[in-house]
Design a binder for this molecule. Sequence first.
Ligand code: MLT
Ligand code: ZN
Length: 466
Amino acid sequence: MMSLHAEPAGLMADLRTVLGHAAVLEGAEMPARNSLDWSNLDPVPPLAVVRPADTAGVAAVMRLCTAYGVAVVPQGGLTGLCGGARPVAGGIALSLERMSGIEEIDPASSTMTARAGTPLQTLQEAADAAGLYLALDLGARGSATIGGNLSTNAGGNRVIRYGMARDMVLGLEVVLMDGTVVTNLNKMLKNNAGYDLKQLFVGSEGTLGVITRVVLRLYPKPRCTMAAVCGLADYDSVLRLLESARRDLGPMLSAFEVMWPDYWGFISALPQVRPPIGEGHAVYVLVEAQGTDEALDQPRFQSWLENQAEAGVLADAAVAQSLADVGAFWSVRDAVTEFNRVIGPHEPFDIGLPVAAIGNYVKACRSALENALPGAVALFYGHIGDGNLHVAACLPGAEPQPKERIKEIVYGLVRQFGGTVSAEHGIGLSKKPWLPFTRSAPEIALMRRIKSALDPDGLLNPGKVV
Ligand code: MLT
Ligand code: ZN
C-alpha cells in the first residue's frame, strides 16, 4: 500500500480544504451511529466521518484517501444486516447522507433520477405523487437509502413480481477508488452497447466503487391491491397454492410470504398485532396481488381463493376488505423488527433454497438446532415465492449466544440442500467465512480478480465480501 504522506492529520486538513470544515467530523463530533450498521457486530469508530455534498466531493475524497493510503467505507442509511457498512479501524466512513434529492422524474421513459443518499421512502412517495410506482420495498424503507439498496442489491417484499434492486436500475453514476467518475445515467430499457457495467456495482456492497447517482425504472401505479392470509395443513399445500397463484393470478401476484407456527405464535402475542386468522395451522401464507381494475381484479382474486379452499389447499383464510386490512395483514409480517424485544439477542439469516426443498429444510434445521442446543428457539418465515427463507435463531438466556454453532448448523444444511448463504442481505463481514459454502473456488478467485483490477491497493471497503 503506497502512502505519499505519513500521517492522517494531513489527510484531514486536505479533506477540509477541499470539502469545507462541516463535511469532516472527527472524535467527539462523529455521530455514534456511523460506527455500525444494523448488524449485531461490535461497533468500530472510524478515523473520521466524511460527508461530501456532491459527486465531485466524493471523487476528491477517493483521490485523497488513495494518495494517503487510507481505507474508505461507504455508508448509506446503515440499515444493512451483515456489517458491510461497518467502518474499518484507521479508515474513514464516507457518508452519502448529504447527497439526497430527486433530480428528475421522466414519465415518458418511466424513470426517476436521484442522488444516492435519498431515503427509499422519499423516492417511493415522489413516484406515487407523479402517478407512478417504485416497486422496491422493504421494512427499513424510512432509513435505507437508494445507494445502499443498490450496492447491496436489496430484495424485499415484491421480488416475485418486479425482481430485486438490480432489476430496477437502468443507469448509475459511480466513483472508483482512484477518483474516476463513471457516469452512465441511461434511461433506456434496452442498451446492449458493451458490458453492462452498472451490474458490476449492484450487489458488490461498496467494494468496487461508490454509487453516487441512479436512474430507476418506474412502473404504473397499481389501481387496486388484494391480500389474504391463509392457514395451510402442510408445505405441499404451500407449493400447490404458489403454483396456482402464479398460474391464475398471473402478473398480478405481487407477494407470497410464508410464516411457520413458531413465528406466528411469537408475533401474534405482540399487543400491536391482530392476527387475521387463528393458530393451529402448519403454515401461514400472506398472498398479495396488485391489479389495474378493482371491479374485475377483486372478484378474480376472491374466486381464486374460493377455488383453492374447495380444492382443499386452504384450511382457513381471511381476505382483506380494505387497504387498511392489507396494511394490518402486512403488520404480521413486518413485526420482525420486534424480534430483539421478543426473543432477545439472536442470529438472523436470509438463506436461499430451491422452493420445493424449503419445507424439508425447515424440519431438518429445526430438529438439528433442538438436538445440538436444547431449548433453542428458531423462527422461520420469508419470501418463499422467491426461494428466500429467513431464520431468527437463539438459545434464550445463553450469554454469550452460541452464534457459531447456530451458523454451522444453518449453513451446513444450506450447503447440503444446495442453497445460498445469502438470498438478499449480502455477505458483508458476518457471512464472509461462509461464502465458500455457496460459491466455488474459481468464482471467488474471479471476484478477487475483479476487486484488484478496480481497487489494486485494497482501500475500498476492505475485508468485506471476498
Ligand atoms: C425481512 O424480510 O423482513 C427482512 O429481510 C429482514 C429480516 O427479516 O431479516
Ligand atoms: Zn427479507
